[in-house]
Design a protein around this ligand. Structure first.
Ligand SMILES: Cc1ncc(COP(=O)(O)O)c(C=O)c1O
Length: 498
């Protein structure tokens, strides 16, 4: 497919605007461009076709099943978009005075209250913009808390299991802590014996997601909490997997002191490909004084922003945080109402259904019921037929499915991490399971089909390392000639605007 620059022809326009009647702004001579920018010149029908063709080639949760483990790619209800586009929300300026933004403040306050209830911790800050920023914020709270107690120099270590998501160790390092790795035991839980030897007066805290990235709820969570709290350390809950437990169990009840939410996952939000995220945190009373400012507080019937927190770690995000994400998450949660538990129950049911259909063909490294996602290993296919998990993932694209997360968590060889979410119908789950089983049969008889997949997608097998390390994301004009007549047409256009 040609780039829009390659389709460009001098003088073509999508629309022609009348000359503005206001005088052009005075731009100082030294700041003026020497020549107009080389923008593509294209007619409206060609422009529409260009972007429609691009849209046809992409894959998203609106085009098909997207079981990308740990990313919770669920359906984004359209009612959320209706609500977020109400003029009172959409057109609100972040510097609008409090009296004129009571509805927005009330929504944020209510969201804080709901999130506190969901995780069983009393105080919430909506500010962090993503799960990873919630992690960093939580760790900065730990630092502020221990510094206040005179233990800042002593408590320098954070313990993380070997199944942790990559952002966990990154956040620990960014917050200036030393990382201590703890192993996973043969049932997929944190290895408590390994843990005991690693927790002491030097420990600031634990960072754990539960259910883990293996999709397993840690059976030793009470013992783990006891070990950390007896050592005077804090417990941080990575809430990326909260979709498994809403309305069923609460991290605050099983001992965690700080929790982050991934609003964009658990409570829906178009977030694939870097869309806006939300990573609020909830904390126990003793950590509240250190939360970022401003807090949204209620006084009688009114709502206001409170900056009076002398011990705050400061701001972590501009204004109050990603407001559009708050509105969509609030709408999502309120649509469920008291039945929010069903969201998690169905997510867990869907995952277990798929696991049951697939575990005899692909190995399940831990023979347990899973939570909202599960991890399989493709090592049998590799051993017996020389077919890798990457080949399976690529072949799934030919069957019309987005591949699951692969080669993560790192402790499972040839890992496939599958998260169907609660918004998928049984027919979709069956079609996916049928495809996975068909691919396993192909691996046995026609392995070259897998090796060369995908066959029917616009982009075939890529050099993924090169694509990640040397992405070409801009058109290099210097490598292309200026087409005849292009300069004049653009010059003319620039003059018209002037
Ligand atoms: C287990 C886990 N923790 C943390 C994160 C980081 O969240 P975010 O992408 O919102 O920064 C993710 C993201 O995929 C995750 O899966």
């Amino acid at each position: 497919m040609k780039l829009v620059y390659e389709k460009s022809r001098p003088g073509r326009r999508a629309s022609s605007l009348p000359r503005p009647e206001v005088p052009a702004a005075e731009v100082p001579e030294e700041l003026r461009r020497a020549s107009p920018p080389r923008l593509p010149e294209i007619s409206e029908p060609e422009l529409v076709r260009h972007f429609t063709a691009l849209a046809d080639r992409t894959f998203g949760v609106d085009t098909g099943f997207y079981p990308l483990g740990s990313c919770t790619m669920k359906h984004n209800p359209r009612v959320n978009e209706r609500v977020v586009n109400l003029p009172g929300f959409r057109d609100l300026h972040p510097l609008q005075e409090e009296e004129a933004s009571q509805g927005a403040l009330e929504l944020m306050w209510r969201l804080q209250e709901i999130l506190a209830e969901i995780v069983g911790l009393p105080s919430v800050s909506l500010q962090p913009a993503a799960g990873s920023q919630g992690e960093l914020t939580g760790l900065l709270l730990m630092r502020a808390y221990f510094a206040d107690r005179g233990e800042g120099d002593q408590r320098r270590e954070i313990v993380i299991p070997d199944t942790a998501h990559g952002t966990n160790p990154a956040s620990v390092t960014m917050a200036g802590y030393k990382l201590v790795d703890v192993k996973t035991d043969p049932r997929g839980n944190v290895d408590v014996d390994d843990l005991r030897g690693k927790v002491g007066p030097q420990t600031a805290g634990l960072m754990l997601t539960n259910p883990s990235t293996l999709g397993l709820f840690d059976e030793g969570i009470e013992e783990i909490t006891r070990i950390f709290h007896e050592a005077g350390a804090l417990m941080y809950y990575d809430g990326a997997n909260l979709n498994a437990i809403c309305g069923i169990s609460r991290p605050g009840d099983f001992g965690f002191d700080i929790v982050h939410f991934n609003l964009h996952k658990t409570f829906s939000q178009p977030h694939g490909g870097g869309g806006p995220g939300g990573g609020p945190i909830a904390v126990r009373e003793r950590l509240e004084p250190y939360l970022p400012v401003p807090a949204v507080v209620r006084e009688g019937e009114a709502f206001r922003l409170d900056y009076e927190r002398p011990k705050t770690i400061g701001k972590v995000r501009g204004f109050c945080g990603p407001f559009g994400v708050f509105v969509r998450s609030y709408a999502y949660i309120r649509s469920y109402g008291p039945a929010l538990r069903e969201m998690s129950e169905v997510a867990v049911l869907n995952a277990n259904y798929l696991l049951a259909r697939l575990k005899d063909t692909y190995e399940a490294p831990f023979d347990r019921l899973c939570m909202h996602e599960f991890v399989l290993s493709g090592r049998k296919l590799k051993r017996e037929h020389g077919v890798t998990t990457l080949d399976v993932a690529k072949r799934l694209m030919d069957y019309g499915f987005h591949p699951p997360t692969i080669y993560f968590p790192l402790i499972v060889a040839e890992a496939l991490m599958i998260e169907p979410t609660e918004t998928e119908a049984k027919e979709t789950l069956d079609a996916f399971a049928d495809a996975m089983l068909a691919i396993a049969r192909e691996a046995a008889g026609q392995s070259e089909l897998l090796k060369e997949a995908p066959h029917v997608r616009p982009v075939k097998r890529l050099d993924e390392v090169r694509a990640a390390k040397q992405p070409v994301v801009r058109y290099r004009f210097e490598q292309h000639e200026v087409p005849q007549g292009a300069g004049e047409a653009r010059q003319l256009e620039a003059q018209k605007g002037a």
